[in-house]
Design a binder for this molecule. Sequence first.
Ligand SMILES: [Zn+2]
Ligand SMILES: [Zn+2]
Length: 209
Amino acid sequence: MRLIVGQLQVNCYILADEETKEAIVIDPGDDVDDILSIIRDKGLTVKYIINTHAHFDHVGANAQLKKATGAEILLHEADAALLSSSSGQAGMFGMKAEPSPPADRYIRDGDIITAGEVSLTVLHTPGHSSGGICLIEDGMVFTGDALFAGSIGRTDRPGGDLMTLINSIKTKLLDMPDDTRVFPGHGPDSTIGEEKRENPFLNQESGFA
Ligand SMILES: [Zn+2]
Ligand SMILES: [Zn+2]
């Protein structure tokens, strides 16, 4: 299920196995009380907190959620330095974010992370940040700030690079079946087919094709 958290309206996703009640939380950016109330209501045990990347709007509730659940924080190593600067990043936007503890484990391209029957495959998709990842689960992909409905992530912050991001999306995401559902880090969901046809950064006229 999706929950929109924080001032920058991040999509936080909670994936759970109905039977074992084990869960994974993707991008707990803020509003830990809302996240925890769902977890308690549904009787979930959070095994992992996965950050698609370490911008503060995606990691702001890491510390509190870890404290409350004991879950491990997973991140791509190339974003480790970014994670340690997360509360400084928030300051630059005139916002506050609690510092995140370091990752418990670094994850890389091809890793599979499971909680009961939930199984996420990691795709390293740098370009928005160096350690940006997407996560694939049966017919769905969680794209963080790499790919949005009708847009792509900004590349003007440290670790960002436009051609790297376009290349990540083309080589890692666009070869998935057209009906794969896309769940981005901000905004509404989409499908791979729709993005191939409609996304101005990715279609034939973009100049990037
Ligand atoms: Zn970001
Ligand atoms: Zn973001």
